[in-house]
Design a protein around this ligand. Structure first.
Ligand SMILES: Nc1nc2c(c(=O)[nH]1)N[C@H]1C(S)=C(S)[C@@H](COP(=O)(O)OP(=O)(O)OC[C@H]3O[C@@H](n4cnc5c(=O)[nH]c(N)nc54)[C@H](O)[C@@H]3O)O[C@H]1N2
Ligand SMILES: Nc1nc2c(c(=O)[nH]1)N[C@H]1C(S)=C(S)[C@@H](COP(=O)(O)OP(=O)(O)OC[C@H]3O[C@@H](n4cnc5c(=O)[nH]c(N)nc54)[C@H](O)[C@@H]3O)O[C@H]1N2
Ligand code: SF4
Ligand SMILES: [Mo]
Length: 710
């Protein structure tokens, strides 16, 4: 008999409601839940493919241990005992920092892993913690910490009420939003135009989002900070800046005015690639709108001036009074208010308390930027990394200079990976601990609700019971720490030392229930279960005075560490510093049927035309006699790759683009479908030593390369 279960897709931030038809054992089909009031029936191909992920024969169900050149299945008890024992032993021999931890993106979409995260990460007692944050949102959370006094206070576009949405360095039609949970995104963007509003896209590529916009401007990669300074210059020069009700709580307005006076549009236009007249028009349009949003994501974060650009995006919203205003950038009031808790417990985030051993990169929240990972493994001396734990991440394909990491991982004495695939990263592991599938665990989009374009709350029980003998990700996290602690012989310190059974008392589900009850909407799991399609808690409401967390409870418009980086930006304006003849700037590209590196083992997501191509403008291609379909060699400081060329006027001249997360032909990975559609890994040529100097976030957009026939 066919049964229906309503679920939530946990692949990306859009939290689409799912209608899952099944017979109690097997999934018959997955479609968008039409009754979900947030996602309104929208679903993308990745959500539909959750069925194939669930059924994928390559997905591990039991732990495996390396045996010769292959793998053997082992019991959980043996796997944990060996992993815990080896880690404890390595730490005893070399010190606690000899063990590094890297965790990846799927953690962010898994509430129970998040709630069991602190005891997990603290349990290793190491400073060598790394995550995908430093190839993604590090600049965003850093700017929030510096300007609003809390890394978790994230300005979210109120796109349902805005009149002007300026997107700079994001492609939400494909990504479905980032630091902006917005299902059915394309439709919602079109609705802005349907009600007479404007959508403007600023991007070195004419993206899928640009294609539905009123206007698109090419911008030279890495120059957004200059463009935004010039916008601000016009706003102050023409006295059209008006912070409105924010005026009484802004510190640094005059200082910003002085800074931007140095950047008239005429000075930056050539470097930026946008004519000064257009910059002026954009600044005037933005200022004259009573509900406008300036929103940036990866394109303004993972670049050479990621901290400056992210800061200046916020500055544009602040000086025009669009922060905390309906139709502008707003703060959410989620049912579990992690930002509020961070404030209450005085844990707003930390920055630069210590630096990495080799290159001196700053800590953020107890983590180092991934740019430091390879050198910390390779460089001898006290504190050298000797063992690694990966949790829901694929650094070999997702971090800059994956080839160097490949070699560095080969030097490690022990690796344990929490993952359900033997992929490019976990093939290096000694032990792999696989978690249940997304269909076998309950969902509450804890972080996604924090960044929702409306306040909503949605809880769904697991679609299927946990199979006999399997473990949830959060259970693996806690069990691993428990075994390390046991092997350390220390039953005294920290949560990890508690008996594993005691931790069940604080199970993530119980914690969630408590947090919901204590939260601003006084919900509970029981209440939420009555709403299988989610609860709408209304549009975002102004609340800056309540949530701001700087010591003087004012907006710190010009943080010192950011103002100090402007000098570095000056060199961008120096003609001597321009790219050499024949060089291109390489940027990254996302496609709808990929999720970073990890859904390429699903036939329906990889079939059809090869997406792993190098896009180049036709003028650049003609000059070199290149044509679509031929192969080219793309060379950077760190290496070269060979990729098929796609000639398209989507690209800004002088800029080329590659998809990332491919390159599935590495020896030893066991992804039978992905191997047939291997592609090449963009991160074989991204450069680990290109990073934003303030935050240490990696540059994934704007890498100097040459392109030759091959
Ligand atoms: N060149 C370039 N590189 C980039 C980017 C770019 O734009 N350009 N983007 C960056 C960004 S934004 C991000 S977030 C990172 C992502 O970097 P990562 O998070 O390191 O990489 P993913 O490809 O997301 O890999 C996710 C891994 O988690 C596993 N997994 C999936 N679900 C689960 C689960 O429930 N439990 C466990 N244990 N494992 C699971 C998958 O099998 C896979 O191995 O990549 C970054 N890399
Ligand atoms: N289908 C799909 N959806 C995803 C993902 C996926 O892999 N596939 N990944 C998810 C993850 S982990 C994340 S973090 C989000 C990211 O979400 P987004 O940030 O919306 O996605 P990107 O496609 O990386 O958008 C970055 C845009 O910046 C542009 N760009 C590059 N360099 C510059 C620059 O210097 N200046 C400006 N102004 N623009 C620049 C690029 O051309 C690109 O259009 O997407 C999420 N959603
Ligand atoms: S947009 Fe994101 S959340 Fe929605 S179905 Fe696709 S992958 Fe899942
Ligand atoms: Mo990401």
């Amino acid at each position: 008999m066919t049964k229906t279960h309503y679920g939530i897709c946990s692949i990306c931030e859009a939290i689409c409601g799912l209608q899952i038809e099944h017979d109690g054992k097997n999934i018959i089909s997955i479609s968008g839940d039409k009754h979900d009031n947030f996602s309104r029936g929208y679903i993308c191909p990745k959500g539909i493919a959750l069925q194939d992920l669930h059924n994928d024969p390559d997905r591990l169900r039991l732990p495996v241990r390396r045996k010769g050149s292959g793998w053997e299945e082992v019991s959980w008890a043996d796997a944990f005992e060996e992993a815990g024992g080896r880690i404890a032993e390595i730490q005893k021999k070399y010190g606690n920092d000899a063990v590094a931890v890297y965790y990846g993106n799927p953690i962010a979409h898994n509430y129970s892993s998040i709630l069991a995260f602190l005891p997990f990460i603290k349990g290793f007692k190491t400073r060598n913690v790394y995550s995908a944050n430093s190839v993604d949102s590090l600049t965003r959370v850093l700017v929030s910490l510096l300007v609003y006094g809390n890394q978790a206070l994230l300005p979210i576009p109120d796109i349902e009420r805005t009149e002007l949405f300026m997107i700079i360095g994001a492609n939400p039609v494909i990504s479905n939003g980032s630091v902006m949970a917005v299902p059915d995104c394309e439709r919602r963007l079109m609705e802005i135009r349907e009600r007479g509003g404007k959508l403007i896209v600023i991007d070195p590529r004419y993206t899928e989002t640009a294609a539905i916009a009123d206007a698109h401007y090419f911008i030279r990669p890495g120059t957004d900070a200059l463009f935004l300074l010039a916008m601000l210059n016009v706003m102050f020069e023409e006295e059209i800046a008006d912070p409105d009700k924010l005026s009484p709580i802004i510190d640094g307005l005059d200082r910003l005015k002085k800074i931007v006076a140095e950047y008239p549009p005429e000075r930056v236009a050539d470097t930026v690639g946008i004519p000064s007249g257009d910059i002026k028009t954009l600044a005037r349009d933005f200022s004259s709108s009573s509900k406008a949003i300036c929103y940036g994501r990866l394109g303004t974060s993972t670049q050479e001036f990621g901290s400056l650009a992210t800061w200046l995006v916020d500055a544009v919203n602040i000086v025009t009074g669009n922060l905390d205003r309906p139709g502008g950038m707003m703060f959410t009031t989620p049912a579990v208010d992690l930002a509020g808790l961070a404030k209450l417990f005085r844990q707003p985030g930390t920055f630069n308390r210590w630096q990495s051993r080799v290159s001196g990169l700053p800590e953020f929240n107890g983590e180092f930027p991934v740019a430091a990972l390879a050198e910390e493994i390779e460089t001898p001396g006290p504190g050298q990394i000797k063992a690694l734990v990966t949790n829901s991440g694929n650094p070999i394909l997702s971090l800059p200079n994956g080839r160097r990491l490949d070699r560095a991982f080969g030097m490690l004495e022990f690796i344990v990976s929490i993952d359900f695939y033997i992929n490019e990263t976990t093939r290096h592991a000694d032990i792999i601990l696989p978690s249940t599938s997304p269909m076998e665990i309950d969902h509450y989009p804890l972080l996604e609700h924090m960044v929702g374009i409306r306040n909503t709350a949605h809880y769904t029980p697991a679609s299927f019971p946990k199979p006999e003998g399997s473990r949830h990700n959060w259970e693996i996290q806690l069990d691993l720490i428990h075994h390390i602690e046991r092997n350390r012989g220390a039953m005294s310190s920290g949560l990890g030392g508690l008996k594993r059974s005691a931790l069940n008392l604080f199970s993530p589900q119980r914690q969630l229930n408590l947090l919901l009850k204590l939260g601003p909407h006084k919900l509970s799991i029981k209440k939420l279960k009555q709403f299988p399609h989610g609860v709408d808690l209304g549009p975002l409401v102004p609340r800056i005075n309540e949530v701001i967390n700087t010591p003087n409870r004012r907006i710190n418009l010009v943080p010192e560490v950011l103002a100090g980086d402007l000098e570095r930006l000056e060199k961008k304006l120096d003609p001597e510093e321009s790219l050499g003849e024949g060089k291109f700037l390489l940027i990254s590209r996302r496609t709808l049927r990929s999720m970073n590196s990890w859904l390429h083992n699903i036939p329906r997501l990889v079939k059809g035309k090869n997406r792993c191509t190098l896009m180049m403008n036709s003028k650049d291609a003609d000059r070199r006699g290149f044509e679509t379909g031929q192969h080219v060699i793309v060379t950077s400081r760190v290496g070269k790759i060979r990729a098929p060329l796609e000639v398209t006027d989507e690209m800004m001249p002088g800029v080329v683009s590659l998809t990332f997360g491919w390159g599935h032909d590495r020896e030893g990975s066991m992804l039978s479908v992905a191997r047939e559609h291997a592609g090449v890994s963009m991160n074989d040529i991204t450069d680990e030593y290109l990073y934003d100097k303030v935050s240490g976030i990696s540059v994934l957009d704007g890498i100097p390369v040459t392109v030759s026939e091959g």
